[in-house]
Ligand binder design. Structure first.
Ligand code: HEC
Length: 116
């Protein structure tokens, strides 16, 4: 292999590592938001079976299976579950209410996607 190719390969591998580390950080941040009473407090209403979460609620559906949902769909559900109050729900519109930032919602989505 030519030296130039080796260097290219090495940089491709290292950028992959960097993005994996970044993704792991995002998942951790999302888990914090999910459990934090002053942030998402999602676990007050949602259980995630198989996860050792303290005192999960049962107001909302169990979120163990949502990892298979489309990223954008999950984001939209958390941003505003039923836009324009088209349906009455206990699920707060975290984005529309300004309770969570765009980055925090993306982190929560990354966390939910990691629960496969
Ligand atoms: C006050 C209770 C409550 C809190 C807090 C809450 N949710 Fe919900 N959530 C619900 C309810 C109730 C539903 C069912 C929606 C409906 O009425 O159709 C729901 C639905 C959902 C769904 C759709 C599930 C599906 O299978 O269709 C997702 C995803 C979700 N919530 C994520 C979250 C996340 C992430 C948080 C934290 C940022 C959160 N929820 C906080 C009550 C809550």
């Amino acid at each position: 292999m030519k030296v130039a190719n080796k260097i290219l390969l090495a940089s491709a591998v290292s950028s992959l590592l960097v993005s994996n580390i970044f993704a792991a950080d995002l998942v951790k941040e999302g888990e914090k938001v999910f459990n934090d009473k002053n942030k998402g407090n999602c676990l007050a209403c949602h259980a995630i079976s198989g996860q050792k979460i303290d005192g999960p609620g049962s107001v909302g559906p169990d979120l163990s299976m949502v990892a298979g949902y489309d990223d954008k769909m999950l984001y939209d559900m958390i941003y505003d579950t039923y836009p324009g109050k088209s349906k009455v729900t206990a699920m707060p519109a975290f984005g529309a209410n300004g309770w969570l930032t765009d980055t925090e919602i993306k982190a929560v989505v990354a966390y939910l996607k990691s629960l496969q």
